[in-house]
Design a protein around this ligand. Structure first.
Ligand code: 5HY
Length: 234
């Protein structure tokens, strides 16, 4: 099956790392198609970037779904940018990595913590936690890392993520950790071994959820809010 993984920001090096992380868990026979839009914000850090990223994301989904071979789409941005609109326009299931990671963490223990990038992303993620019914079980921490610092091994970003995880375990008693940025996707396994608690990445969790839905023969319900957009001038 072909799984579309869309990084809604325009940083190609990040898309390549997201695609590589997705391929580490994809089942034999699953093909990961990792893309980003040609224009839009280079990283998504707050509500303004989120809004600007949505048209490019939707265009990529429509373009890749046209030939009918995509079994499901992963939105590889932890803000679950454009998730509802994507579910409307797509015919195959669409999974956001925040929802995938929070649902996965909820299966691993009681309290979990999200460690994201900058403080400006925290309010949006608190809203998502509420939306997904997870607000009572998790707290969102910022590691103080700009998204694109994760692309630079010399930036010290990974050490700041480590420090954020330690703080979350000590302060919150978090029993598992969710990595709050798609640019952290390749860190989950090594940090799980290092930190002594499960560390969940949403990209890989979402790939496995798409595969599960496909295996179960389930798709997005289209009789309500996710009905296909009506034809009209736009
Ligand atoms: C992400 N931004 O996963 C989010 C994380 C954030 O460009 N990819 C981005 O900081 O909200």
């Amino acid at each position: 099956m072909r799984i579309l993984v869309v990084n809604p920001n325009t940083t190609a090096s990040m898309t390549a790392r997201i695609g590589a992380a997705a391929r580490t868990v994809a089942a034999p026979g699953s093909e990961i198609v990792a893309v980003n839009p040609p224009s839009g914000p280079a990283s998504i850090e707050g509500y303004y970037d989120e809004a600007l990223a949505v048209p490019g994301l939707l265009a990529e989904i429509e373009r890749h779904e046209r030939d009918g071979t995509i079994a499901g789409t992963v939105i590889a941005c932890f803000d679950d940018v454009g998730l509802d609109a994507a579910r409307s326009v797509a015919t195959a299931p669409v999974i956001g990595i925040c929802e995938a990671a929070m649902q996965t963490a909820s299966l691993l223990g009681g309290r979990f913590a999200v460690v994201t990038t900058l403080a400006r992303s925290v309010p949006a993620l608190e809203r998502l936690a509420q939306r997904y019914g997870m607000a009572g079980r998790c707290r969102i921490h910022a590691a103080g890392v700009p998204v694109l610092a994760l692309e630079d091994p010399a930036s010290g970003a990974v050490d700041r993520v480590r420090a954020g995880i330690r703080r979350a375990i000590e302060e919150d008693g978090a029993e598992s950790i969710v990595l709050g940025c798609a640019g952290m996707a390749d860190l989950a396994r090594s940090l799980t071994a290092e930190m002594g608690v499960p560390v969940v990445d949403g990209v890989t969790a979402a790939v496995k959820l798409v595969e599960s839905l496909a295996a179960l023969g389930l798709r997005t319900g289209k009789t309500g809010g996710y009905a296909a957009p009506l034809p009209k001038a736009r």
